[in-house]
Design a protein around this ligand. Structure first.
Ligand SMILES: Nc1ncnc2c1ncn2[C@@H]1O[C@H](COP(=O)(O)OP(=O)(O)OP(=O)(O)O)[C@@H](O)[C@H]1O
Length: 739
């Protein structure tokens, strides 16, 4: 049975809809007292309007309840009708099956009668045949008796005649004749007798069959009787069941009606109670309704006046807001000015710091003695360090100790992280818009690639720099939006090649920007924007692959070409719109060893000449920059020309001079350290500021210099490095002795 549920109206909660009306946004403390007052009166109005709506709602509720009672009664009536219909349908079904069963029983009875009739007919026939058989048997016995008697008589006659004379013979003949007649008759009788016996046999066969049939018929009749009994008992059972079902249904129907009636009564009672409650509520609400109606009317009036009030309030508020906005704008402007001043100051201090440290710094890294260096022989370590000064190293060369002072010396045990620690400030300054160049300089096998690229699992400056840039950029992401892009190029025999391009074999040109800014650019150079370490690795892979395909022996090739990773960091401050662009150039230079001197020929000699030329051009440029000369010879090599923007102006340069500590390499080590010393020694002191043009001598001449005066040549960094360092610390870098 379906459960009826009364749909009562929702409970009335007075302020349930508070703050949901069209003026809801006005609820809450407002800074302006006028608006606050208006908001309060509006919410009061809304509340009262809701209460009036509640009362009207209750009125409608009573009608709804009556309607529901009527619906309930209607449903009870429909259910009673359904029960009746169900009962009559089931009765009809049962009657139908009963009459069908009776019909079947009648049919079976008729069949049995028919069978019995047939059996009776067969029995009659059988009796008749039996009767006839008995008669014929009796006749046959009589005939047999007669023939036996006549036979006996004949035999008596024959015997008596045989005992008589010939006369008697004749008689005998006659008797014999007579006897043959008798014999014939006897034969005839015997054949008759046989045919009768056959008939008797046949009749007894027929009789047996008939008996069998009779027996079958009796069996069938017994089976049919038992079937009839079964059917009768089945019919009786079905009838009984049907009566029971009808009875159960009657009971159920009565119960259902009673239940429905009871439920309806309970629900009616509840409805009446509700109705009574609603009536009482209505009675108590009537005075409140009156008050509310009055209030409502007065509020209506207020609402009518509200737009005017609101307009006035809005005008006042607008004026107030305008004042506040103006105030905020002024404050913002002041803050922006302060911020810009701070930015300028920061840049100034940073520049000052860098200036104090030197815009061009020279570090030296000594690679460890490798297993492959040992080669069965004892290996002499020719480089030693000053335990008290990490900027000094001593080289034992041709029986003499030559000392060098640089900005920082990394001993063989220094890790990649130690090295990176010292250069990271330089790298992050490109986020602030500075151009930075880091060069790895040194002979082949001195560890340039190890320092710049590093190894799998222990990356060098290149990868660490990009990772640091990502981290720094992410930290500033709230205020600044940065883009980091990379190029990879190679300079081999003064030819510039794009290592990320589709055609790495093609030569690139360096051109002046057509916008008249004086900046340089490389048309067709491939640039990748990188956002993650994975991107960097992919870029490095492409660059490496292109370098590999360029030459069969990569190491051979790499030591004869300059590899440049150019990272551009562009940023825009979202609040001020200030834009910055900084470039970080990470350069793995070609091997600095003087192949030309060792009698190389052909392509080797050409390569060596190109390398010598470009390295001394780089030395010249750095020297010119450091000594603040008017003319800086950037155009003397592809390398310096390409890096012109990043080497001049407020840019920062770091030369990482790589050396080997092995005895066999002391010549090259000395040469590299002299180069480093020369670069560094051109301090920004008073003498260095002179626009004196001091060209970097080619490798051969440097060798001569070192031979003539190994202790005195590199900027007075002879046997007393510690004292020089101290002197520098006291007087500042700008005051170091001139060349
Ligand atoms: N600081 C170091 N610690 C450990 N191994 C180093 C270090 N420096 C260099 N090596 C190893 O020395 C070998 C030569 O270094 P690397 O290839 O970096 O020299 P290179 O100057 O770049 O030579 P090339 O000019 O031919 O490119 C490499 O096997 C490298 O792993």
């Amino acid at each position: 049975m379906q459960a009826f549920q009364l749909e009562l109206p929702p409970p009335l909660t007075g302020g349930r809809f508070f703050g949901v009306g069209k003026y809801s946004y006005l609820v809450g403390a407002h800074p302006l007292p006028m608006i606050q007052k208006m908001v309060e009166s509006m919410s009061q109005l809304q509340k009262e309007e809701l209460q009036v709506q509640d009362k009207e709602h209750r009125k409608g509720c009573r009608g709804l309840l009556y309607q529901q009672v009527e619906n309930l009664q209607e449903k009870v009536f429909i259910h009673a009708e359904e029960v009746n219909k169900l009962r009559s349908e089931e009765n009809a079904l049962l009657q139908e099956s009963l009459s069908q069963l009776q019909l079947e029983v009648a049919e079976k009875n008729a069949q049995i009668l028919k069978q019995e009739l047939e059996v009776q007919q067969k029995m009659d026939c059988l009796n008749e045949v039996e009767q006839r058989l008995n008669d014929s048997l009796r006749e046959r016995a009589k005939a047999k008796e007669r023939f036996n008697f006549r036979l006996w008589e004949s035999q008596q006659t024959i015997a008596s005649l045989k005992a008589q004379p010939p006369q008697i013979k004749y008689i005998v003949k006659r008797v014999e004749v007579e006897s043959s007649k008798l014999k014939e008759a006897l034969n005839e009788a015997q054949s008759q007798n046989r045919s009768l016996e056959e008939q008797v046999g046949m009749q007894s066969q027929v009789l047996k069959e008939m008996e069998q049939q009779l027996q079958d018929s009796r069996n069938i009749s017994t089976w049919l009787r038992s079937q009839i009994q079964k059917y009768e008992s089945e019919v009786e059972r079905v009838h009984r069941e049907m009566v029971e079902v009808v009875q159960t249904m009657k009971d159920e129907k009565n119960r259902a009606i009673e239940d429905a009636f009871m439920q309806a009564q309970t629900e009616m009672k509840a409805v009446h109670e509700n109705l009574a409650g609603v009536r009482t509520n209505l009675l108590t609400l009537q005075p409140a309704l009156r008050t509310l109606t009055n209030d409502y009317n007065s509020l209506k009036r207020q609402v009518r006046d509200f737009p005017l009030m609101l307009q006035r309030a809005l005008q006042t508020t607008r004026a107030e807001i305008g004042e506040v906005v103006e105030e905020v704008r002024n404050t913002n402007h002041e803050l922006l000015c302060k911020y810009r001043r701070e930015l300028q100051l920061r840049k100034k201090y940073h520049n000052e710091l860098v200036r104090l440290k030197g815009n061009i710094r020279v570090f030296c890294r000594v690679r460890p003695v490798m297993e492959e260096d040992v080669d069965g022989l004892e290996v002499m370590n020719m480089v030693t360090f000053d335990p008290e000064d990490d900027a000094v190293l001593h080289l034992y060369h041709k029986g003499k100790l030559v000392s060098f002072e640089l900005d920082k010396v990394f001993p063989p045990e220094a890790t990649q992280q130690d090295v990176f620690q010292e250069v990271q400030d330089l790298i992050t300054s490109c986020i602030d818009g500075y151009n930075v160049c880091i060069f790895a300089y040194g002979q082949t096998g001195s560890g340039k690639t190890y320092t710049m690229e590093g190894m799998q699992g222990n990356p060098g400056i290149n990868q660490r720099a990009l990772q640091l840039l990502f981290a720094e950029v992410a930290e500033k992401a709230l205020d600044w939006e940065y883009t980091i892009s990379v190029n990879m190029v190679e300079i081999y025999n003064e030819a510039l090649r794009d290592l990320l391009g589709k055609e790495p074999h093609g030569k690139l040109d360096i051109k002046l920007c057509p916008d008249g800014s004086g900046h340089l650019y490389v048309p067709g150079l491939t640039e990748f924007t990188v956002k993650s370490v994975e991107d960097i690795n992919r870029v490095f892979e492409i660059g490496h692959m292109n370098r590999v395909t360029e030459c069969t022996n990569l190491n051979e090739h790499s030591s004869r070409s300059h590899a440049l990773l150019i990272v551009t960091v562009s940023g825009v401050d979202s609040s001020t719109g200030i834009r910055t662009t900084g470039k970080l150039n990470l350069v793995d230079l070609a091997g600095s060893e003087r192949v030309g001197k060792s009698g190389a020929e052909g392509s080797r000699l050409r390569e060596a000449q190109y390398i010598n030329k470009s390295l001394s051009a780089l030395g010249d440029v750095i020297y010119a920059l450091r000594s603040r000369q008017n003319h800086v010879p950037f155009r003397n090599s592809k390398l310096t020309y390409l890096l012109q923007d990043s080497l001049s102006g407020e840019s920062k340069t770091l030369m990482m001079v790589q050396v080997s500590p092995l005895e066999k390499n002391t010549g090259e080590t000395l040469y590299s350290l002299k180069f480093a010393q020369r670069v560094r020694s051109v301090e920004l002191g008073p003498m260095a500021k002179k626009t004196e043009v001091v060209s970097f001598p080619p490798a051969d001449q440097m060798e001569l210099d070192s031979r003539s005066s190994p202790n005195s040549s590199p900027g007075a960094s002879s046997g007393r490095p510690g004292s020089l360092r101290k002197k520098l610390q006291i007087s500042g870098r700008g005051k170091s002795p001139p060349l």
